[in-house]
Design a protein around this ligand. Structure first.
Ligand code: ATP
Ligand code: MG
Length: 329
């Protein structure tokens, strides 16, 4: 692992799924590789957003990165729109990607069915995501399981460009996705056959990283399970219980087997899940509050943008040049 890039959309209410599926790995990887963690505000615009809210959520997303344990002196934290190479490379990726490829993206099918307004950007978003990743000569991309298909597309575009030019014009990145039992796909508390999602309008389906302990306890108490009473890992037959087991396991370090052997009913099990989540999130929430002091996160983003720009501009020029764009003299 040499270079890591990943991003999260500044939609309000970062979830426990975002944390367990992706952000936890960001924290781990920062000490193993050069890391770029982006707040992908351009992606957030694919679904219409209130401007003031988007600005606030962008700052908050960056605060949560730092609060979760990403050290801005070790990894680069920045806002996507601060580095114009992303938008420029995004276009170059759109013209390197086929309409049919984008049509096959299941996230577009899901999101376009759910949203009233379907923007062109929602459709072409995977090309911008490819740009984000390829701009840093990224070797590994830590994401949740739902991003597998988009990452596969990034790889296809990269391989196609390299074949066309007969050299390693761009680095073909590898996915870094935890298996399901290690958090790759945390499920909704209300419909455990669906992934937990920031944009889920059902509040009780999602644990947000900034939820208060009481809210967390209430949501887990009401989480959908099944009519049995056996705590057993079986994502097919017992999706609700299995999901809570994964959450408990990741928040405490206990294995799924240990957890299964420990409970005879759901009451105490759910209580323990709730306490484990509260204990995991409390220190992050404390640090988040400290980072709300004016100017602190702004400075981190400023430094991050300069670092990101320095690395991505030469890569953008390399691709522009290969595709035949005339350099300015
Ligand atoms: P939205 O519904 O708005 O797309 P999201 O919850 O999917 O929100 P993103 O910003 O799109 O959030 O994704 C951020 C990261 O979190 C990605 O790496 C994604 O794969 C990961 N992720 C999202 N949901 C889950 C989940 N339920 N379990 C594990 N990882 C997840
Ligand atoms: Mg998503």
């Amino acid at each position: 692992i040499k270079t890591v890039f990943s991003g999260m959309q500044p939609t309000s209410g970062v979830t426990l799924g975002n944390y367990l599926g992706a952000m936890r790995n960001f924290v781990k990887l920062q000490h193993q590789a050069k890391c770029f963690f982006c707040v992908v505000d351009l992606h957030a615009l694919t679904v219409p957003k209130d401007p003031a809210e988007l600005r606030k959520n962008t700052l908050d997303m960056a605060r949560i990165y730092v609060a979760a344990g990403i050290d801005p002196n070790v990894a680069t934290i920045f806002a996507q729109s601060h580095v114009s190479a992303h938008a420029e490379m995004g276009w170059l990726m759109e013209v390197s990607c086929y309409y049919g490829e984008l049509q096959r993206m299941t996230q577009f099918k899901d999101k376009s069915a759910k949203n009233e307004v379907v923007t062109t950007g929602l459709f072409t978003y995977p090309a911008l995501m490819a740009a984000d990743i390829l701009l840093y000569d990224t070797t590994h991309v830590p994401v949740g399981d739902d991003q597998k298909q988009h990452l596969e597309l990034t790889r296809d575009i990269a391989i196609r460009l390299n074949n066309r030019f007969g050299r390693e014009l761009v680095v073909v990145p590898e996915p870094y996705i935890p298996p399901r039992e290690a958090g790759g796909r945390i499920m909704s508390l209300q419909d455990p056959t669906q992934k937990m999602s920031k944009s889920d309008p059902d509040e009780s389906a999602t644990i947000h990283m900034l939820d208060t302990p009481d809210v967390i306890r209430k949501k887990i108490k009401r989480a959908v399970t099944d009519s049995e009473s056996e705590v057993r890992y079986d994502p097919e037959k017992k999706p609700g219980v299995s999901n809570l087991m994964v959450i408990l396991s990741l928040c405490t370090g206990m294995s799924l087997d240990e957890i299964a052997g420990r409970y005879t009913g759901y009451g105490q099990f759910k209580k323990d899940v709730a306490e484990a989540v509260v204990t995991t999130l409390e220190p992050i929430q404390q640090r988040y509050r400290e980072l709300c002091e004016p100017g602190v996160i702004e400075e981190i983003l400023e430094k991050g943008a300069a670092e990101a720009e320095a690395v991505s501009t030469p890569v953008l020029r390399r691709v522009q040049d290969a595709l035949g764009l005339l350099p300015r003299t």
